[in-house]
Design a binder for this molecule. Structure first.
Ligand code: 4AD
Ligand code: MG
Length: 431
């Protein structure tokens, strides 16, 4: 069954006869000729059926073929500069795999909840296809970036006894009579792995029981987390900006058609090159105060704050040096002022919010123990993590980039749920 050509490769076969296999996207009829928009998952192409080029049976298929019927088409590739794709097929023969039942997703506007309920079918439409094609390229670029820079991929577990990012968003599960959580972040495991491999990354799903219904939160999302021995907070910010611009430039190079379909502003993405602006938390609070926000020092920023802070910048900004109480237990205290930790958040432009969270890590076991106690985290289950500080502790740092948040920004998509094939939110578990 592999003797067919993919639509994306059609330009290589001008004036040649080829076979295509795929699905009917749309049919338009006009007398002695009819048009079939065909898709095979690699692209869409117009096929032309002319009465005296095909058998009577094939010509009459205009009345039997339905949207999403699966078919095989034999025809000759013609250059067609006026078509979106630049080519069309002059059809010689059509074979039918299956005549599809009445397809629920018609070629008109549908409500978002209806489309999400039918995500298994909606994937076939242009917009999900464009976004998920970009997702695939970004995932590849994530790996390429770290693979090219001497990082070793060390995967972290999905079941864990440890709360890495606070106890309010844990998914708890029964693990043969013991308590386990779905991982919120692979970081703690990466901290152990760099002592074996120097620089590592992990890339996989993370789970957080987010009880807020926002356009930026999923309960299951993907994070890529590099971790580096002998890096400080500044090295980490350098790496983070280099990484994010690498991702954006890769998409600009490889996914022009998809970005064009999504009507993304290329100029805005082309501007995403290092250096990115860096401001401290205190400077960010100053910006908020100047803009009239009534903000209490020590709190974390919410979405409206992030938007207000970042709206004067064309590039992602990095906010660093945070009040300790606003951040996770593992962040290193600022040696110059113990009220602060050496953490960093990267905020995307255009109101897309935080795409990266990272920090230099606390390498002092006593400071870590104090923080665990303060956060009410059980020391026994963190004992293995403390070993990293017992046996050759070194300065180290790392960050995590949220894949879907990053895609949301790069694609210019309003809601994060469109940036993952099968979105999971507080209100959505199906399909
Ligand atoms: O800022 P966070 O919580 O940082 C960590 O988990 C660190 N342990 C990472 C590290 O240093 N290795 O999460 C990192 C990023 C956020 O900036 C955001 O992009 C994404 O993960 N993220 C979410 N994306 C979608 N839905 C959610 N509920 C998310 N929570 C975090
Ligand atoms: Mg964060």
């Amino acid at each position: 069954m592999t003797d067919h050509v993919l639509v994306k490769d059609v330009p290589q076969y001008v004036e040649k006869e080829i076979t295509l296999r795929g699905w009917v996207y749309n049919i338009r009829k006009s007398g002695k000729i009819w048009f079939l928009i065909f898709r095979d998952g690699t692209n869409w192409i117009q096929c032309v059926i002319v009465r005296n080029e095909v058998s009577e049976d094939v010509f009459e298929m205009k009345n039997t073929l339905t949207q999403e019927s699966s078919i095989e088409i034999r025809g000759v590739v013609k250059s067609a500069p006026r078509q979106a794709f630049g080519y069309e097929i002059l059809v010689k023969d059509i074979k039918i795999f299956q005549i599809a039942e009445s397809y629920p997703i018609a070629l008109k506007e549908h409500g978002i909840e209806f489309l999400l309920d039918n995500r298994h079918l909606w994937l076939r439409s242009h917009k999900p296809h464009a976004i998920l094609t970009i997702r695939s390229e970004v995932e590849k670029a994530c790996r390429d970036f770290f693979d090219e820079r001497d990082f070793v991929l060390v995967d972290s577990p999905m079941f864990t006894p440890n709360a890495a990012e606070g106890t309010t968003t844990l998914f708890e599960t029964d693990y043969f009579g013991r308590k386990a959580y779905l991982t919120q972040s692979g970081q703690l495991y990466s901290e152990a792995a760099i002592m074996a491999f120097h620089k590592t990354y992990c890339f996989g799903p993370c789970f957080r029981a987010e009880k807020s219904k926002t356009r930026r939160h999923l309960t299951e999302f993907w994070m890529i987390e590099p971790e580096m021995a002998f890096y400080d907070i500044f090295d980490t910010m350098d790496l983070a900006e280099e990484f994010v611009s690498y991702l954006v430039q890769r998409v600009l190079k490889k996914c022009q058609n998809q970005l064009t379909f999504l009507k993304r502003d290329f100029n805005r993405l082309e501007a995403i090159v290092p250096p990115f602006p860096r401001i401290t938390y205190d400077e960010a609070v100053e910006i908020l105060k100047k803009k009239g926000f009534n903000f209490t020092w020590g709190e974390d920023f919410g979405a409206p704050h992030e938007t207000a802070i970042s709206e004067d910048f064309d590039k992602p900004i990095m906010i660093w040096k945070w009040p300790a109480e606003a951040k996770a237990f593992y962040m290193k205290r600022d040696p110059e002022d113990e009220r602060y930790v050496l953490g960093v958040d990267m905020i995307a432009p255009e109101g897309y919010g935080e795409i990266i969270g990272g920090s230099q890590r606390e390498e002092d076991i006593n400071k870590l123990l104090a923080r665990l106690k303060k956060e009410n985290l059980p020391e026994e289950v963190f004992n293995w993590f403390l070993d990293i500080r017992r046996y050759g502790s070194v300065p180290h740092a790392g960050f995590g980039l949220g894949l879907e948040r990053t895609l949301q920004w790069i694609c210019g998509v309003h809601h994060i749920r469109e940036c993952i094939p099968w979105p999971r939110t507080m209100v959505r578990l199906n399909p």
